[in-house]
Ligand binder design. Structure first.
Ligand SMILES: *Cc1c(COP(=O)(O)O)cnc(C)c1O
Length: 426
């Protein structure tokens, strides 16, 4: 039976039998017992499936990964210790030294740094394109050694919306998968696989956990990208793996299982970016109410954005979902139920006025975080980007007056009066 997203949030991934726990069990064990070495050897050779060491796989983490897999409509999924780890593994699973990929430029700062500095040190090159580039300009970024196209559904912090179908078409005509970081809308509001994305990643630290409790990440495979059509491009998936006695992932696990099995068997084994079972359990508590919370985050953010738009001390407001915005048509198409709870806006009077505004807030806290139950905000010009001049700030898309506000689950009326009071005090 086809289930709605709310049902998947609450019950996905776990179906207890008679007398078994209703809530998912926390298997707080590093290792698992076997009667014979032979039985265990089969696991090591990937000839049988089962657990043997929690760095590779743990039942609690797998249960939660299975839920996220159902929510996104994929065929296989895994949890990672952070969103950074998820995006790193997603790329590194198909890119080696000498390879290249194309990425949207407006992405999370941590991911931008991972791509532009750290992956470069490993010999993996990236070309950044902007969302308003023409198809021809984006096509020109592809090379024979290009292995993926990467973007965010709603970019953090620029808040621009990706035309997923368009970018899926571009990726596919170059024979590479489209990898989408779906952190901001979550599968409650958008499921990129339904629009042609091949791999979906998450920082579960944000709305999925939603309570500011646990850093974590996830990777979901749509099972739709046919690696075997391009064996010379994806040798790691289509030719024998010497570290597993010559198994070929696509032959053994099919196109629906090869990518995640390889990422688990090779990359988790060697890099160990594994979440703790307890963290997976806490993440699952967040997932159970995700659809209800997202609705509230979006309703309140819209109300706050409308208030800001009408205030004379506010220079501009960006919120995906405000009527008349440049990408409003894309928002209607991809996000009929809402986008996310993050707004950015400019306070008239620039750097000074924005800093004063922030200091006058009482309920909304100053944090370098977004997307949890408690509202928070950040003024990049006086915190994360304080070393930059006003000109440099403008050049990287974060003007001196920009305030990023993450609207939480408090009463919208209380948030608005906190903001109004702070604006009156500038
Ligand atoms: C926060 C974030 C990340 C990084 O995730 P961590 O869990 O902090 O490692 C990646 N992508 C997006 C869109 C994010 O907002």
């Amino acid at each position: 039976m086809k289930k709605g997203i709310g049902t998947k949030c609450v019950q996905g991934g776990y179906r207890p039998g008679n007398g078994e726990p209703r809530q998912i069990p926390i298997i707080q064990s590093t290792t698992f017992k076997y009667a014979t070495g032979e039985a265990m050897g089969k696991l090591f050779d990937l000839e049988a499936s089962g657990y043997f060491y929690s760095r590779l796989q743990n039942p609690t983490c797998d249960t939660v990964a299975a839920k996220i897999c159902e929510m996104e409509g994929g065929t296989a999924a895994m949890l990672t210790s952070s969103g950074q780890a998820a995006n790193f593994l997603a790329i590194f699973n198909i890119c080696s030294c000498g390879d290249h990929f194309v990425s949207l430029a407006s992405i999370y700062g941590g991911t931008f740094n991972l791509f532009s500095v750290t992956l470069k040190r490993m010999g993996i090159d990236v070309t950044f394109v902007t969302p308003d580039s023409s198809d021809e300009e984006i096509d020109a970024a592809f090379r024979p050694e290009t292995k993926a196209l990467f973007g965010e559904t709603i970019a953090n912090p620029a808040l621009n919306v990706l035309d997923i179908e368009r970018f899926a078409k571009i990726a596919h005509r170059h024979g590479v998968p489209l990898i989408i970081d779906n952190t901001f809308p979550t599968p409650a509001n958008c499921r990129p696989i339904e629009w042609g994305a091949d791999i979906v990643t998450h920082s579960t630290t944000k709305y999925m956990d939603g309570h500011g409790s646990c850093v974590g990440g996830a990777i979901v495979d749509s099972g739709k990208f046919d690696w075997t059509k391009y064996p010379e491009k994806f040798p790691g998936l289509c030719t024998p793996d010497a570290s597993y006695h010559g198994i070929t992932y696509t032959e053994r696990f099919g196109i629906e299982g090869a990518y995640i099995t390889k990422a688990t068997a090779q990359l988790m084994r060697d890099l160990g970016v594994t979440p703790a079972p307890m963290s997976a359990y806490i993440l699952n508590l967040g997932l159970e109410s995700l659809h209800v919370r997202m609705k509230r985050h979006c309703e309140s953010a819209y109300a706050v954005a409308k208030f800001l738009e009408s205030h004379e001390k506010i220079a501009w407001v960006t919120y995906p979902g405000l009527e008349g915005a440049d990408d409003y048509e894309l928002v209607k198409k991809y996000f009929p139920n809402g986008t996310c709870g993050v707004i950015s806006f400019g306070v008239k009077g620039g750097r000074e006025a924005a800093a004063t505004f922030m200091s006058k807030l009482e309920m909304i806290a100053i944090e370098t975080h977004v997307a949890d139950a408690r509202s928070c905000c950040l003024h990049p010009a006086t915190t994360t980007h304080r070393q930059l001049s006003d000109e440099e700030l403008v050049a990287c898309g974060v003007g001196p007056d920009l305030v990023r506000l993450s609207v939480g689950l408090e009463d919208a009326a209380d948030l608005i009066s906190d903001i109004e009071n702070a604006l009156n005090n500038i």
